[in-house]
Write a protein that binds this ligand. Structure first.
Ligand SMILES: Cc1ncc(COP(=O)(O)O)c(C=O)c1O
Length: 409
């Protein structure tokens, strides 16, 4: 295949066939973080016999065949020199968001990024000073704490309110924190809960940010796998002033399971801020393209829709399976139904108290490794996050092990 573009996607779309997401692949040989039960070489390992890994957020599925074929072709070429993104790269990104999310970022608004988290760090370093307040809404993806505190900024936590097994905004408290904040780090859709924020909710947040002069960094990495009829609303699409103050961070890495070949895009409508951010990124030599990451992004966005549609149905099936299984056989565990992503947030607070730490209980008694809700900050205590981006037979095995562990209590 030559370079991917939108016209080739129709050929790919016809040829995709039924994908066997049930198939289990051994991932140990390539140093998988998820299956080594280790975040990185600096974190302690989760120890256990024959552990099933249903924690960190990548999936146990092969990427779309079109992506694999193009990467294989590039790998076979064997010369992995410096590579660049041409203007078509940004047209591909623009076209993806226009087709999938009814949002068409201006071509000149887009900056290349190696991944989401390094670009958020660059934004904080460019637009806030040490000691400045940055708001997050917990429970939340824990590297947000690290990127704020690790860069010497002040973490301001607005706890989400849990109502009828859904998270709601606490706008009153958000406004109190806003008075001492320079930036707000929005996770849309929300990780760990998989909630897609509505236009009304985003507008309410934007109104407060407008009043207090707060910049909004929106991380939309989980926007593509849509499980409910709630659309993904891009923050900058709600109004002109929202667009002016925002940085929209996107990547195909969760969507197409490409976390190990990352490439991301940041859209910044305001020219002055875009230039300032680019200057920081250039000073950190962050803008060089990764040979495989750039290609993977282009091919995935150009040809990946049929794969993504099948994946979304499969993940939806896995979520349904978890909801039913929990109702029948996991007493003390209440899953939250996600609007998007491949993550299911499980309320196990009673159980957590009873067993003195529910995550460790399932590691020790079930051989299942889930993410401990405590990691997600205030409000995460007693919850666990289950990654359903895996073959259903494997998911079933994990849930059955958990069920047996609960029976033995
Ligand atoms: C909300 C969120 N943002 C960012 C990331 C990581 O993005 P990257 O690997 O591009 O830094 C993740 C990964 O799990 C995530 O869940």
């Amino acid at each position: 295949m030559a370079c991917a573009d939108a016209s080739q996607s129709t050929v790919a779309e016809r040829n995709v066939g039924m994908i066997d997401f049930d198939r289990i692949y051994d991932r140990h040989q390539f140093g998988s973080v998820k299956w080594a039960n280790q975040w990185d070489e600096f974190s302690p390992r989760v120890e256990g016999e024959d552990l099933l890994s249903l924690w960190t957020a990548d999936m146990d599925f092969r990427a779309p065949e079109t992506v694999i074929a193009r990467l294989r072709e590039a790998a076979d070429h064997g010369i992995y020199g410096y590579t660049r993104r041409d203007p078509r790269h940004y047209e591909i990104v623009q076209s993806w968001f226009a087709r999938r999310h009814d949002w068409s970022p201006a071509l000149e608004s887009m900056l290349p990024a190696p991944a989401i988290m390094p670009s958020i760090a660059a934004m904080l370093r460019t637009f806030t000073k040490p000691g400045d307040g940055v708001i997050v809404q917990s429970p939340i993806y824990s590297p947000y704490f690290e990127v704020i505190q690790g860069n010497g900024r002040k973490l301001l936590v607005n706890r989400l309110r849990l109502e009828n097994n859904r998270y709601e905004l606490d706008l009153e408290n958000f406004e109190k924190l806003a008075a001492g904040a320079k930036a707000f780090l929005l996770c849309n859709p929300h990780n760990p809960a998989g909630k897609a924020w509505t236009r009304e909710e985003l507008t309410a947040l934007n109104d407060i940010c407008e009043r207090y002069g707060i910049l909004v960094i929106s991380d939309d990495i989980h926007c593509d796998i849509r499980l409910s009829n709630r659309p993904h609303i891009v923050f900058s699409s709600i109004s002109e002033d929202a667009a002016e103050k925002s940085f929209i961070c996107t990547a195909p890495t969760k969507t197409f399971n490409l976390a190990g070949v990352p490439s991301a895009t940041v859209s910044v409508a305001n020219k002055e801020r875009r230039d300032a951010l680019l200057a920081t990124m250039q000073a950190s030599f962050m803008v060089n393209a990764n040979f495989f990451g750039r290609l993977a992004l282009e091919v995935a966005y150009s040809t990946g829709v049929p794969w993504l549609d099948q994946l979304t149905r499969y993940i939806g099936g896995n979520v349904g399976f978890v909801l039913k299984f929990a109702e029948d056989r996991l007493p003390g565990i209440t899953p939250m139904r996600p609007d998007a992503s491949f993550l299911v947030w499980l309320d196990a607070r009673g159980l957590d108290r009873k067993v003195g730490g529910v995550q460790q209980f399932f590691v020790d008694q079930a051989g299942v490794n889930l993410y401990d809700g405590r990691v997600y900050g205030p409000g995460g205590e007693g919850f666990i996050r289950l990654n359903v981006g895996c073959p259903r037979p494997l998911l079933r095995r994990g849930l059955e092990r958990m069920s047996r562990a609960l029976e033995s209590l």
